[in-house]
Design a protein around this ligand. Structure first.
Ligand SMILES: [Zn+2]
Length: 498
C-alpha cells in the first residue's frame, strides 16, 4: 500500500499578464526574478516549518508551487483541512510580500500519487473555481493617486526612477528596486536558459533586442511567441486512470511531469541555440518571459521568429515522444484491451505575433494567446499547429488566413517540406513585387495575381501557392502546396532567407 499524501498547489493567476503589466523589459525581468526567488524550493521549504514539504512529484513551472504532507500525519478530515489552511496562510503571505500586485489561487486534494490527484481532483477544482484566492489588498485611501508605471494599482509612495521621480504602487516599487540589480536570477526563465546554453545575456530593452536583426528588416520589429502543449490533459488523465491498475505505470506517474518540464526546457535551449543570429552575435537573442510545464512565452527579433517556432515545436515533439514512448505503449495496450482509442504522444502549438518593438507587450501577449487558441481550435487541440499575425501590415484584428499544421512548414535536417521550400523560393522575389502581388490578389483575385507574376517573371515562385493553372478561374480550388497565396505572401514577410 502506497502512502497517501495531501497535496496543496499554488499558482499565480494570469501570470503572463501580471509579469507584462509594466511597459519596460527591465520591469518584467525584475518581476520574473522575484517570482523565481519566491517560488524556489529552498524559499518554500524554509517557510513550511515542518507542516509540509516541497512536492517532489511535480514538474517545474514558473509561478507554481506544489507542497505535500502525509495524510496519516493528521487524525481526520477536519484536522487535514486545518493544516491545509495553515500551509496556505504561510505560502500566500510569503508570495504576497514578494509579488505585491499578483493574484494567487490555491487548491488541494489527497491521494496516493500527485498525478492522479492533479487529474482527478485539482484540475476539476480549478476548472469549476473551487479554489482559495489571495488578492492584492485594496487601497486604504479610496482617493489615492494611481501608480504612474502600471496604471493598475494605487500608488503607495513616490520614489526615484531613471526618468525622475514617480508615484508607484508596491508592485512597481518591487520592480523598480530590482532594476538596480544587473544580474538575472539563475532560477528565472532567462537565467536558466543562459545556464543551459552558455551565451551572453539578451539586451537590456526591447529596442535593443529588435536592433539585433539584420538591416534588411529595419531592425525595429519583434515577434512574441506563445506556445502551449496539445493533449496533455488527455494523456495525464489516462495515465491517472490506468496507473492504479499497472505497477509499471504507477512508477511513470511520479516521473512524467518532471520529464515533460525537462523536454520544454531542452527544446527551448535547442531553439535558442539554433538561431543563426545567436551564433553571429554570440549572445542570447530572445527573452523568455514564462517557461511552464508545457507552456512558453518569448520575445525575439521578428526575422528569427519562424526559425525559433518551428525548431521549438519540432524539438518539443521529439523530446516528448522520447520521454513518453514506453508509457504510451503500456497505456495503449491497456486501452485497446478495453476497447478505448489509442492515444498519440502530446505535441505543442504556437501563436506568433509580429509588431514594432514599441508595441506594448501586454497587448502582444494577449494577441499571441488568441492566435495560439485559433491554432489549437483549428486542429482539435490534438496536432502541432501554428497561427500568426503581422500587426504592422494587417492591424490587430484576427488574421484572414487559416492556421497551419506544423507538418506543412517543417524544416531542418533535410526534412524541409515542399511548402517550406516554396516559401524560401518566394522570399527571393523582390519585396516591391511581393507588395504588388498582395495588392493584385486582394484587389482582383488569384487570376490577376498569376498574370502579374507571369509578366514580371516570377510565376514559378508563385505557382505552388495557386491552384493548378488550368483551374485558376474555378472558385474553391485547393492551392498546389496546401497554402494559399494570401497566407504565403503574409508568411514571406518574416520567412527566413536561405
Ligand atoms: Zn504600479
Amino acid at each position: 500500500m502506497t502512502e497517501a499524501y495531501v497535496y496543496v498547489d499554488f499558482g499565480a493567476v494570469r501570470i503572463q499578464q501580471y509579469l507584462t503589466r509594466t511597459p519596460g523589459l527591465r520591469g518584467h525581468r525584475a518581476a520574473s526574478n522575484s517570482l523565481a526567488r519566491a517560488t524556489a524550493d529552498a524559499s518554500i521549504e524554509g517557510l513550511l516549518g515542518g507542516l509540509a514539504e516541497v512536492n517532489p512529484e511535480a514538474g517545474k513551472a514558473d509561478g507554481v508551487v506544489s507542497v505535500r504532507f502525509p495524510a496519516a500525519g493528521t487524525a481526520d478530515r477536519s484536522e487535514r483541512e486545518q493544516r491545509v489552511r495553515q500551509v496556505q496562510d504561510g505560502v500566500f503571505a510569503h508570495l504576497r510580500k514578494a509579488l505585491p500586485g499578483a493574484e494567487f489561487a490555491s487548491v488541494w486534494g489527497e491521494g496516493e500519487s500527485y498525478l492522479a490527484v492533479h487529474a482527478q481532483v485539482l484540475q476539476p477544482k480549478l476548472r469549476t473555481g473551487r479554489v482559495r484566492h489571495d488578492l492584492p489588498p485594496v487601497a486604504e485611501f479610496p482617493l489615492a493617486v494611481p501608480c504612474r508605471m502600471c496604471h493598475t494599482d494605487p500608488a503607495a509612495g513616490s520614489e526615484p526612477v531613471p526618468e525622475g521621480r514617480l508615484a508607484l504602487c508596491l508592485d512597481c516599487s518591487m520592480r523598480n528596486v530590482s532594476r538596480r540589480e544587473t544580474v538575472t536570477d539563475p532560477r528565472s526563465p532567462e537565467g536558466q536558459l543562459l545556464e543551459d546554453i552558455g551565451l551572453k545575456p539578451a539586451p537590456e530593452d526591447f529596442a535593443s533586442l529588435a536592433a539585433l536583426g539584420t538591416a534588411a528588416t529595419g531592425r525595429n520589429h519583434l515577434a512574441t511567441v506563445a506556445v502551449d502543449g496539445n493533449a496533455f490533459g488527455a494523456f495525464f488523465t489516462a495515465l491517472a486512470d490506468e496507473g492504479s491498475r499497472e505497477v509499471e505505470l504507477s512508477k511513470a506517474k511520479g516521473t512524467v511531469s518532471e520529464a515533460l518540464s525537462a523536454a520544454t526546457r531542452t527544446a527551448l535551449a535547442d531553439a535558442a541555440l539554433d538561431l543563426s543570429l545567436a551564433m553571429e552575435v554570440e549572445r542570447l537573442c530572445l527573452v523568455p518571459h514564462v517557461v511552464g510545464g508545457d507552456d512558453v512565452l518569448v520575445s525575439l527579433p521578428a526575422e528569427q521568429a519562424w526559425r525559433f517556432t518551428l525548431t521549438f515545436l519540432q524539438e518539443f515533439e521529439h523530446r516528448v515522444s522520447e520521454a513518453t514512448a514506453d508509457t504510451l505503449d503500456t497505456l495503449n495496450r491497456l486501452r485497446t484491451g478495453r476497447g478505448l482509442d489509442e492515444l498519440e504522444a502530446p505535441t505543442a502549438s504556437a501563436g506568433v505575433v509580429f509588431a514594432h518593438a514599441s508595441h506594448p507587450l501586454n497587448l502582444l501577449v494577449e494577441s499571441a494567446g488568441q492566435r495560439l487558441s485559433e491554432a489549437k481550435r483549428a486542429y482539435g487541440g490534438r496536432r502541432a499547429s501554428v497561427q500568426w499575425l503581422d500587426i504592422t501590415a494587417d492591424g490587430p484584428e484576427a488574421p484572414a488566413h487559416p492556421p497551419l499544421e506544423l507538418s506543412v512548414l517543417r524544416t531542418g535536417d533535410g526534412r524541409e517540406t515542399a511548402t517550406a521550400a516554396a516559401l524560401s523560393q518566394l522570399v527571393t522575389v523582390p519585396a516591391s513585387h511581393l507588395a504588388r502581388l498582395t495588392e493584385a490578389l486582394h484587389g482582383s483575385g488569384p487570376l490577376t495575381a498569376a498574370a502579374l507574376a507571369h509578366r514580371v517573371g516570377h510565376l514559378d515562385a508563385v505557382r505552388p501557392f495557386l491552384p493548378p493553372l488550368d483551374q485558376l478561374d474555378r472558385p474553391g480550388q485547393e492551392p498546389v502546396c496546401g497554402v494559399g497565396l494570401g497566407a504565403a505572401l503574409n508568411l514571406a514577410r518574416w520567412w527566413p532567407c536561405a
